[in-house]
Design a protein around this ligand. Structure first.
Ligand code: ADP
Ligand code: MG
Length: 324
């Protein structure tokens, strides 16, 4: 495989974003953005840490790595526009498999009208893909984790635990043709970031947002800690997809609270704005649920409480930690 013909083959022949001045092909890309705040983030997938060839086809690897980035921009209330891809390729990968990774990225990029504007190509012992994403948001309208206040309503989009269940179905070689298992596998391989819903909240004065990548226990803690408040969640209110009901209850619970990678959004708004959040969800066909509230109590700042079967317990995060 030749690096230069490979790069030429994955370059876009035309671009969608009107602010782009120079795409791939020179030493750097340029876009002009006079009115909005620029939002940027980077995420990396490493073979055998984040995925294996047994559970992900190259297409899904590409789709997922960009989806994860798009979800971060959704959680900022911003609109994705550009991405750059740094890829380290082992010698045994074939060019058509690399092309499939780019097909996966391009498939979700076209859903969001995004352009590939550059990257870097190297070789090494394991496949590593790092995607940098760039988007925009109206001035001072980005949504943070540290803005939750007492009495806020806590909401979540979609259903939780699906992606973790999908990975389990793949790892355990369960029936891949049943409708419910197909749904779960799809949720693992091809997440749908909630950009439309998040940007649909633009009119609201104060929204706290975080995307669920490590499990709601973890992202709820991040909001509680950053905002210096206590968050209360009702287990029975957390939405569950019917496909999850085929599994043991202990597994359902584990996946819903700690599974992560659903790339749904958890957020808070002043109670009076909850109906507007529901309206934005309806407009964008986003399932949404009210799952708890915020308490301003210095004694429990940074804590998350789970109310379950009438009992209240501290909910601790159990997310994956790469450096531990
Ligand atoms: P330079 O030597 O200036 O760093 P490169 O040869 O690395 O240039 O890249 C040439 C062009 O192709 C640049 O615009 C770069 O952004 C783009 N590019 C290189 N590798 C990739 C990749 N894996 N995916 C997308 N674009 C790439
Ligand atoms: Mg380079």
């Amino acid at each position: 495989m030749d690096e230069f013909s490979f790069i030429r083959s994955i370059e876009q022949s035309n671009y969608r974003q009107s602010s782009l001045i120079k795409g791939a092909g020179d030493d750097a890309a340029i876009f002009r953005q006079p009115y909005q705040d620029i939002v940027t983030s980077v995420d990396t997938l490493v073979e055998n840490v984040h995925f294996t060839r047994e559970t992900m086809d190259p297409f899904h690897i590409g789709f997922r790595v960009l989806a994860v980035n798009i979800s971060d921009l959704a959680a900022m209330g911003s609109t994705p526009a550009f991405y750059l891809v740094s890829i380290c390729v082992p010698k045994h990968w074939k060019e058509n498999e690399l092309q499939e990774i780019y097909s996966g990225m391009k498939s979700i990029a076209s859903q969001f009208e995004m352009d590939l504007i550059g990257g870097d190509t190297t070789s090494g012992s394991e496949l590593v893909i790092s995607v940098t994403i760039i988007g925009y948001v109206a001035n001072n309208k980005a949504r943070y984790r540290n803005t939750a206040k007492g009495e806020d309503a806590v909401f979540v989009t979609g259903t939780l635990g699906d992606a973790a269940a999908g990975l389990y179905v793949l790892k355990e070689n369960m029936d891949m043709n049943s409708r419910s298992n197909k749904y779960l596998i799809n949720r693992h391989r091809m997440p749908s970031p909630r950009v439309k819903f998040a940007t649909g909240l633009a009119e609201l004065a104060r929204v706290t947002l975080n995307d669920i990548s490590d499990g709601i226990a973890s992202e709820a803690s991040e909001i509680a800690e950053a905002s210096g408040v206590a968050m209360h969640l009702y287990y029975e209110s957390i939405p569950i997809h019917k496909s999850l009901l085929n599994f043991r209850q202990s597994e359902q619970r584990k996946w819903m609270l700690f599974g992560g990678e659903d790339f749904e959004l958890i957020g808070t708004v002043p109670k009076k704005d909850w109906p507007d959040v529901q309206k934005a969800a309806d407009k964008t066909n986003t399932p949404i649920a009210l799952i708890g509230y915020i308490e301003e109590n210095p004694m429990y700042a940074g804590s998350v409480f789970l109310h379950e079967k009438g009992k209240k317990r501290r909910l601790h995060k159990l997310g994956y930690n790469h450096l531990k």
